[in-house]
Design a protein around this ligand. Structure first.
Ligand code: TXA
Ligand code: MG
Length: 332
């Protein structure tokens, strides 16, 4: 993929959807909003198009990607749906829940979306713009978050344009995304469900249907894309901060600490984890923009979307590949 193609940015309307559909059928890349974050979409049945995603993101290796569909019938063209997955679809689709399911024999999704595994991760987004783009392309769409490798996930068109202008054919601008963290990813083994990535659908809601979720470490399934350093702002991140050092900016949760005169971004003044999830990447982007070098993050409870927030923050705080102790491909 050329690094200097012209990127068209369009407000989300039917003309834009038609144009996006046409570009996607030609194997081009189109970024669009979902209810979680913006996705970088390509025709999931076209290996060259999907390879273009890795090139545009600068991903050092092929991790499996989520395939986006408009409904269950579209999913069932490509994967088999065990009973437990079927119940989750009924309860939560369309929405921020991705299911890793066995590829059907003769499945026409490019093997690249599965990174060689015999499963594919399928998600049915609820965002009307995402749905309109999938429908207009008439293809299942592989779509990771629309950011350069190792950078934070984009929740506005502006974030996508900053990272990927010149690398994607088109960005459909649908405003700020609502949930702000990626979908929850669930895998299945031996009739049980495992949490492969915490995300926009809280664990408790899923467990009402599945019972206690297995940890990926406990089973034989794993989520190859879950690398430790990810979602990283430029600044170094310190978690569970109860004090603030001289050169740190504060990412607060709940009431601002008294007498704090330093730069404060507050994820949720009233301590609401759902509001905090929606603000997470917006505020990390903002702190990057003002040139923060160190960010101290106040403790965030692990309930509801707090589990997804803490997962992303732990990755942001993990050692980086540019640190000498880390191998060069630990970043995604
Ligand atoms: O909210 C979201 O899910 C966003 C928006 C754009 O829809 N998309 C997203 O896609 O985050 P992506 O492709 O970056 O997510 C990949 C995640 C990784 O954690 C990966 O390991 C897991 O899904 N995954 C994908 N295919 C898998 C498979 N066959 N087996 C296990 N894990 C898989
Ligand atoms: Mg991502």
């Amino acid at each position: 993929m050329s690094e200097n193609i012209r990127t068209i940015i369009r407000p989300a309307d039917q003309t834009a959807f038609n144009e996006a559909g046409e570009l996607l059928r030609q194997g081009k890349l189109v970024a669009f909003p979902t209810e979680t974050v913006y996705g970088l979409g390509a025709d999931a049945t076209n290996g060259t198009a999907v390879a273009g995603i890795y090139a545009a993101k600068g991903r050092p290796k092929f991790n499996p990607l989520i395939v986006h569909v408009t409904d269950r019938a579209m999913a069932e063209r490509y994967v088999t749906v065990p009973d437990l997955a079927s119940r989750l679809m009924e309860a939560f689709w369309p929405g921020p829940l991705t299911l890793v399911l066995p590829r059907k024999p003769g499945c026409t999704l490019t093997p690249l979306v599965s990174a060689g595994l015999d499963t594919a991760a399928i998600r049915c987004p609820s965002h009307p713009v995402a749905r309109a783009v999938i429908a207009a392309s008439d293809r299942p769409l592989a779509a990771p978050s629309a950011n350069r490798s190792g950078k934070m996930s984009p929740t506005t068109c502006d974030h996508v344009a900053t990272d990927l202008s010149g690398r994607v054919a088109m960005i459909v601008d649908g405003g700020q995304t609502e949930i702000g963290v990626e979908s929850t990813v669930i895998g299945f083994h031996g009739g049980r469900a495992a949490l492969l990535r915490p995300g926009g659908m809280p664990r408790a809601a899923i467990e009402e249907i599945t019972g206690p979720l297995m940890a990926p470490e406990a089973g034989v399934i794993s989520s190859p894309g879950q690398l430790s350093s990810h979602y990283a702002p430029n600044a170094k991140v310190r978690l569970n901060a109860t004090t603030l050092e001289a050169d740190e900016c504060l990412l607060a949760f709940g009431p601002n600490p008294p007498e704090c005169r330093k730069t404060v971004c507050n994820l949720s003044l009233c301590g609401d984890v759902t509001e905090a999830a929606a603000n997470l990447f917006v505020m990390l982007h903002k702190l990057d923009k003002i040139g923060a070098t160190r960010i101290a993050v106040m403790p965030i409870p692990n309930t509801g979307l707090g589990e997804a927030i803490n997962d992303r923050l732990h990755r942001a705080a993990a050692p980086r590949p540019e640190d000498p102790a880390n191998p060069p491909d630990a970043h995604q």
